[in-house]
Design a protein around this ligand. Structure first.
Ligand SMILES: Cc1ncc(COP(=O)(O)O)c(C=O)c1O
Length: 398
């Protein structure tokens, strides 16, 4: 892959200015569904460029499903932060992942390869998409990085390796250099939603496709759905072509909000990660808690992947904890928090708690489903002592 792995870390300054090519503080919101074409030949030429997955020409932007300058600004910014040449946005994280699966398996360049190797745990929606084979793919599941090379050796028709780090729901980290070594020539996709480009830039470790559910930290306020893939020029062209064909595009208003979200992303993720560390320590010391899964705790980062010059700058703001009292205790805590919201999703300003076995991971195969006593916790931007007090009150109901 022709990507420079010597990528600069995201700074507050780059996050504020990336992709803002205008002199006004906010980029224009262009809601046009269609555009005037200056000539038949010129319009046709622009159309040809767009369906080839490239940008428009002087012949016009043609049609919103083909190109939109507001979402293009967000894409340019995200690509810059990930240190990759391009990015392509979609209507949700699942639309982005679906497009990646199609780009890897359902295009002539795939030469008929339809097999995927994927590491569990992974977000339940992705698990379901791969397990059901809805997009015509087949999957071999493995439990860790060590499983990738044997799975690839067994299936030379593998088109893509799919990993998630930190993984949903347990925040388990995978060593991306080890993933790259195991993949060899097979491209790999990283769902980097939990980390954001502020904490980790998978292209430094050879990833070809870096996916985000932008609904989460990038939006940051639980008020917009979106997905985005940072990648090479070649893969971006494939993804744009697929976006045009499937219509899974990001709305320009959502593109505007996500671009705005990038400006405060470093501040938000660093602050939430700081609070998460104290919450994780408090939970780990609580007698009702069996185990806390958090990379910032002793034993939570066995491969030494967290640190200023490591794969991940900080341990992040996502964790999971297992209650000694199993399902009943987990349900009691989820139903008795008041400040923390019992709700799906993550990465918002407000802290959210979820029971993955009954929600996000409900349809995962029983052998791989999260423990019934496990709660996933997205630490938000509230003051940590208030969150601890809220959990204390909920734990008192046990
Ligand atoms: C890690 C991860 N990837 C992808 C998705 C799917 O994103 P969306 O809900 O934006 O489709 C989610 C949603 O929870 C997620 O947590």
């Amino acid at each position: 892959m022709s990507v420079d792995r010597n990528i600069a870390r995201v700074t507050a300054t780059t996050a504020v200015h990336a992709g803002r090519i205008v002199t006004n503080p906010t980029p224009p919101i262009d809601l046009s569904a269609t555009y005037h074409l200056p000539g038949v030949d010129a319009g046709g030429e622009s159309y040809a460029e767009l369906i080839a997955g490239r940008g428009p020409t002087e012949g016009g932007l043609v049609y919103q499903r083909m190109w939109n300058p507001t979402t293009a600004g967000f894409e340019q910014a995200l690509a810059e932060l990930e240190g990759l040449p391009e990015a392509v946005s979609f209507g949700s994280g699942m639309a982005a992942i679906s497009a990646c699966l199609l780009a890897a398996t359902a295009v002539p360049a795939a030469r008929g390869k339809r097999h995927i190797v994927a590491v569990r745990p992974i977000y339940g929606g992705t698990d379901g998409l791969l397990s059901k084979g809805t997009l015509g793919t087949q999957v071999s599941w493995v439990d860790d990085v060590a499983g990738i090379a044997p799975a690839l050796a067994a299936r030379p028709d593998t088109a893509l390796v799919v990993v998630e780090t930190p993984a949903n729901p347990t925040a388990r980290l995978l060593d991306l250099d080890a993933v790259a070594a195991a993949c060899g020539e097979v491209p790999y996709l990283v769902d980097s939603t939990f980390a954001t480009p502020v904490l980790q830039q998978p292209a430094r470790h050879g990833a070809t496709l870096v996916v985000h559910s932008a609904t989460k930290y990038i939006g940051g306020h639980c008020d917009v759905l979106g997905g985005v893939v940072a990648t090479t020029e070649e893969w971006a062209a494939r993804l744009r072509d697929i976006r045009i064909q499937t219509g899974a595009l990001l709305h320009p208003l959502a593109g505007y909000l996500l671009h705005r979200g990038l400006q405060t992303l470093p501040l938000r993720i660093k602050r939430a990660s700081e609070s998460a560390q104290s919450l994780a320590e408090w939970l780990a010391a609580h007698p009702a808690v069996e185990r806390v899964h958090y990379p910032g705790l002793t034993g939570g980062d066995p491969d030494g992947l967290v640190g200023p010059d490591r794969q991940m700058l900080l341990p992040g703001a996502m964790m999971a904890f297992e209650m000694r009292g199993g399902y009943a205790a987990a349900a009691t805590v989820a139903e008795n928090v008041r400040l923390i919201l019992h709700a799906a999703s993550l990465g918002g300003a407000e802290s959210l708690i979820t029971h993955p076995a009954s929600l996000s991971h409900r349809n995962v195969h029983p052998d791989a489903r999260p423990d019934a006593g496990l709660l996933r916790f997205s630490v938000g931007l509230e003051d940590a002592p208030d969150l601890i007090a809220d959990l204390e009150a909920a734990f008192a109901k046990l």
